[in-house]
Design a protein around this ligand. Structure first.
Ligand SMILES: [Zn+2]
Length: 593
C-alpha cells in the first residue's frame, strides 16, 4: 500500500552479468584482464545483454568475479603490488578485492602474504571462501571473515589441490586437481568426502535454487556439461560445452550463459545447442573467459512467481511466458537526493536511456480461461503488488524492508486463489486474470504499464479486486477471518460480494483514503469497478523493517484467502458490477505520470 505522505525509492536488485576480457600484456607476460558489468534481461525466453561497463580498467590481472548473496558487492581476484612482500613476490601475489555495486570504490577484501583466488560468499552470507595458495604452494579452500573481525580458517585439509568449487548448503563440490581431475563433494558438518566424477573440466556450478551441481565431463575429446543431483547422486547429461570452454554460469535453474571470443551464448534446458545472444566486440571485449550472474534481485521473485503460476495450472498471459516486462529507469537524481524509478512510455524510450539507468521491471500474469462461450471474452482481474520499499536506514542492524504484510500477503493470496480455482471442479464462466504487479510503492508503475498494454482489452475487464495487507486481523473489520473493502459505497461490487456470503465490511477509516492508495485506483479511474480487499489494522510496522512474516496470522490469512477465492468466482459468474452515482473516482490514471 502506498504511503500518503512521501515516496521512498524502490530498490530494484538487478540481475547482472559480469564478463571479462583478456588481452595480452607484453611487458609482464601475465594476462591483462578486466572485469566488465552489464545488465541482462529476458524477453520471450531470450537473454538481452546491455552494453558492458569496464569496472577495473587497469593494467594487470582482474578476474574471477563473484557476487555476494544480495547482489550488492562483487568480489574478484586482483594481482596487485603487495607491500607485505619482498620485491620479488610483489607482482605475482593475488588478493581478493571487493567492488560495491552502488558505485563506490574498489577495496581489498583480503590482505595476506599468500595468494587468494576464486572468492565466493558462503550460503549463510557470513563469510568468504577462497582458494589460498599456501606457502608450500598447496591450493586449499579457506574460509575468511567478511568483516575485518575474525580469523581465516582452512576448510579442507585432506584433499588437495582444490581449483574451483561450488556451495550447496552445507556441502561444497570441488574440482580437485590431479591425473585425472576429480569432482569431490565434502559435507562440512561430517567432514565426509566423496568422489563424484573423474576426468572433469574447471566449471563447477550450483543450479540455482536446487541441490544439483553441474560440472564439465570430458569424454574422449568431447566436453559435456553434466548435472548431478546431490541427494541421489544421479548424473544427467545436459549439453556439449562451447568448443574449448569449460566456464559458464546459471542465470536461473533452466538457463545457462557462457562466453567465447567476443560472444555470449545461451543454453536453455531441452535445447540441443547454444545460441548467440550478444556479440560484444564493439564494447570492446576480445576474449571472454568467465561469466557470472547476480543470484538475487526482483527477478528472483519474478521467476519464483512465474514458476508458481505455472505449477498452479494458470495459462501464461505475459509477453514472455508469465512475465510482462515493464520498462523502468532510475531518475537522474539531484545531488544527495534518492533515485526513484520511473515508468518509460515505450521500449523505444527504454533503449534510448543510458544503460546504467535502465531497470528491468516485470509484472507476472496468468489466467484461467472462462468456461462460458458467451462470457469468456470478459474477464475479472485479481491483483496484488510484489514490490516493496527496499532497503532503508538500519534499525538494530536490520535495513531490509521485507514487506511481509505489504504486500507479500496479498501476493500469496493471488497465488493461492489461482491454485484453488485453477484446480477446482467448477470453472468460472468469465476468464479470471491473476497479476502480481511491480512498482506499486513508487507510483503504481506496473499497473500503469498494464493499463497501457492490457493482456486483454480493458473494455472486456469487468472488475478488479486488489488484495493488500491481509497478514494481520483488524478489529474494525470484525477480527480474524474478516476483511474490509475500500470504496465499498462507490459501486455494487461490495454488496454483491456480501450478498454472496463474503465476510466484508466497508472501509472504517475513510480518512486514510485507502481506496486511492493501491493499484485498484488506476483501474477505477479507467472506469472499471475496482476495489482493495484488506485487513490492515494500522499497525506501526507499516513501511518499516519490522513488517516481517512472523507477525502474520496464518489462520486469519487462510480464511480471508478462501473468501477471496469465493469472491473471484462471484465476480466471474455474476452480474457485472456498476458504479453508484458519483461513485467512480474523477480524474484519470495518466496524470500520475
Ligand atoms: Zn506499501
Amino acid at each position: 500500500m502506498t504511503s500518503t505522505t512521501f515516496f521512498r525509492s524502490l530498490v530494484v536488485a538487478l540481475p547482472l552479468t559480469v564478463a571479462q576480457a583478456q588481452t595480452p600484456t607484453p611487458a609482464t607476460g601475465t594476462p591483462n584482464t578486466d572485469v566488465f558489468l552489464s545488465r541482462i534481461a529476458m524477453r520471450d525466453g531470450a537473454l538481452i545483454v546491455q552494453p558492458p561497463i569496464n569496472l577495473t580498467r587497469r593494467d594487470g590481472y582482474d578476474n574471477q568475479p563473484s557476487f555476494d548473496a544480495r547482489g550488492r558487492v562483487l568480489f574478484y581476484t586482483r594481482r596487485a603490488p603487495n607491500a607485505l612482500l619482498r620485491d620479488s613476490l610483489r607482482d605475482v601475489q593475488t588478493d581478493i578485492w571487493r567492488y560495491a555495486l552502488d558505485g563506490s570504490d574498489h577495496t581489498p577484501a583480503t590482505v595476506t602474504a599468500e595468494s587468494e583466488y576464486s572468492a565466493q560468499v558462503t550460503p549463510d552470507g557470513n563469510s568468504l571462501t577462497v582458494i589460498r595458495v599456501e606457502r608450500d604452494s598447496a591450493q586449499q579452500l579457506w574460509r575468511m571473515p567478511l568483516t575485518t573481525a575474525g580469523t581465516a580458517e582452512r576448510l579442507v585439509g585432506r584433499v588437495k589441490p582444490v581449483g574451483y568449487y561450488a556451495w550447496v548448503g552445507g556441502q561444497v563440490a570441488m574440482f580437485v586437481l590431479g591425473s585425472p581431475a576429480t569432482l569431490q563433494l565434502m559435507d562440512t558438518v561430517s567432514g565426509r568426502i566423496d568422489t563424484i566424477a573423474r576426468d572433469i573440466g574447471r566449471g563447477v556450478k550450483r543450479v540455482p535454487g536446487t541441490s544439483r551441481v553441474t560440472f564439465v565431463q570430458r569424454v574422449g575429446t568431447s566436453w559435456y556439461i553434466d548435472q548431478v543431483d546431490l541427494a541421489t547422486r544421479a548424473v544427467t547429461r545436459l549439453v556439449k560445452t562451447l568448443p574449448g570452454v569449460d566456464e559458464y554460469a546459471w542465470v536461473d535453474s533452466t538457463t545457462m550463459i557462457a562466453g567465447t571470443g567476443t560472444t555470449l551464448q545461451q543454453w536453455t534446458r531441452a535445447q540441443t545447442g547454444w545460441t548467440v545472444v550478444a556479440d560484444l566486440k564493439f564494447a570492446p571485449l576480445t576474449n571472454i573467459s568467465r561469466v557470472t550472474v547476480d543470484p538475487t534481485g526482483s527477478w528472483r521473485a519474478t521467476r519464483w512467481l512465474a514458476a508458481q503460476f505455472r505449477d498452479a495450472g494458470l495459462k501464461p498471459a505475459g509477453d514472455s511466458g508469465f512475465v510482462q516486462r515493464v520498462p523502468l529507469a532510475s531518475t537522474v537524481a539531484a545531488a544527495g537526493a534518492r533515485q526513484r524509478p520511473q515508468l518509460l512510455a515505450s521500449w523505444g524510450a527504454y533503449d534510448s536511456v543510458p544503460a546504467e539507468r535502465r531497470l528491468p521491471g516485470a509484472n507476472v500474469i496468468g489466467y484461467i480461461e472462462g468456461s462460458d462461450p458467451s462470457l469468456r471474452n470478459e474477464y475479472v482481474l485479481m491483483t496484488a503488488h510484489y514490490d516493496h520499499i527496499g532497503v532503508t536506514k538500519a534499525v538494530n542492524g536490520d535495513s531490509i524492508n521485507n514487506g511481509a504484510d505489504d504486500d507479500a500477503a496479498g501476493t500469496i493470496a493471488v497465488l493461492q486463489v489461482a491454485r484453488l480455482l485453477a484446480k477446482g471442479a467448477v470453472k468460472p464462466r468469465r476468464t479470471i486474470v491473476f497479476a502480481a504487479m511491480t512498482g506499486e510503492e513508487v507510483g503504481l508503475l506496473g499497473t500503469r504499464w498494464f493499463i497501457d498494454h492490457p493482456v486483454r482489452p480493458l473494455s472486456q475487464l469487468v472488475a478488479n479486486l486488489e488484495v493488500e495487507m491481509i497478514g494481520r486481523p483488524d478489529s474494525l473489520a470484525g477480527g480474524a477471518g474478516k476483511a474490509w473493502l475500500t470504496g465499498y459505497e462507490r459501486s455494487t461490487l461490495g454488496d454483491q460480494l456480501r450478498d454472496g456470503g463474503i465476510p466484508i465490511v466497508p472501509d472504517r477509516r475513510p480518512s486514510q483514503r485507502f481506496f486511492e492508495r493501491s493499484d485498484n485506483i488506476a483501474f477505477a479511474r479507467m472506469g472499471i469497478p475496482a476495489h482493495t480487499l484488506s485487513t490492515f489494522n494500522l499497525h506501526a510496522d507499516y513501511h518499516t523493517v519490522r513488517d516481517e512474516a512472523q507477525y502474520a496470522d496464518p489462520a486469519h490469512m487462510s480464511r480471508v484467502i478462501e473468501a477471496a477465492a469465493q469472491a473471484m468466482m462471484i465476480l466471474a459468474n455474476g452480474p457485472k458490477p456498476t458504479w453508484h452515482p458519483n461513485g467512480q473516482p474523477v480524474g484519470t490514471t495518466r496524470p500520475m505520470r
